[in-house]
Design a protein around this ligand. Structure first.
Ligand code: FPP
Length: 243
């Protein structure tokens, strides 16, 4: 990773999305249960949210629980849901104090009723905050999101609200959970794995992808700043010729 000095600005990426990976390996390396890796991962979430807001990032999207994570052992799912509950309850005041709006994308139908109620409450209480939007992808899958968008568009075609010919990229994007957000500029995955794992598949079409070796519980402000510096060294062409 580049070692040029901070500051990053004048223009931090507008939208940074992170695949938080490596909690299990972090715990295993210490002889700890996986749940403690996730607990340390939740601390890294707090640090990263603070760093992103202070650096002027407008949208931070975190992959907190994938649609595929439901296949994990029940005890691990319970531990992750417990941390999520704790995070939502304990952070609501902090998010509001820091002007952060919280949003959740993903399949609420599979989440517990209490989590859904908590999510609704935090979303409502932080709705008017304007410093940064923090989106948690929960029970989220990119393919599922695109399929859901296609179903919703098909229903509108069937009902005569739009014509089939209107279903182009712009129209379909309006049916996604992220309809009112800009696409991510930078997608970071921690832990050295080099996959996108069904995260923001549509939205990441032109994102810069950055794979860093650090395990998520060890991810800190320095790593976030280094990632943003690396992003600034990339030349984004959106398919255009080299200038
Ligand atoms: C990947 O680690 C991480 C997850 C499955 C979930 C991320 C969850 C958190 C960071 C904690 C809670 C989140 C919030 C928002 C409070 P892994 O278990 O796949 O790690 P491994 O690949 O090393 O096994």
């Amino acid at each position: 990773m580049e070692s040029a000095p901070f500051p990053i600005d004048p223009s931090p990426p507008v939208h940074v999305a992170i695949i938080m990976d490596g909690n299990g390996r972090w715990a295993r390396a210490r002889g700890l249960p996986r749940a403690l890796g996730h607990k340390s991962g939740a601390e890294a979430v707090r640090r990263t949210v603070e760093a992103a807001r202070e650096m002027g990032v407008s949208y931070l999207t975190l992959y907190a629980f994938s649609a595929e994570n439901w296949k994990r052992p029940p005890a691990e799912i319970a531990a992750l849901m417990g941390l999520l509950r704790l995070y939502l309850r304990s952070e609501i005041a902090n998010l509001s104090k820091n002007g952060i709006r919280l949003r959740v994308i993903g399949d609420r139908g599979r989440m517990g009723a209490d989590i859904v109620a908590l999510v609704d409450e935090v979303e409502a209480k932080t709705r008017n905050n304007g410093a940064m939007t923090l989106t948690l992808a929960l029970s989220y899958g990119g393919r599922q999101e695109i399929a859901e968008a296609a179903r919703a568009a098909a229903r509108d075609v069937a009902a005569g609200r739009i014509s089939a010919d209107e279903v182009d990229e712009t129209t379909l994007a309006r049916y996604l959970a992220t309809a009112d957000m800009p696409d991510p500029d930078l997608v970071i995955r921690t832990s050295g794995e080099k996959r996108v794992s069904n995260f923001l598949l549509w939205q990441s079409a032109y994102a810069e992808l950055l794979f860093v070796d650090v395990l998520w519980p060890d991810f800190g402000r320095d790593d976030f700043e280094a990632a943003v510096r690396a992003y600034h060294h990339r030349e984004r062409r959106y398919g255009a010729a080299i200038g």
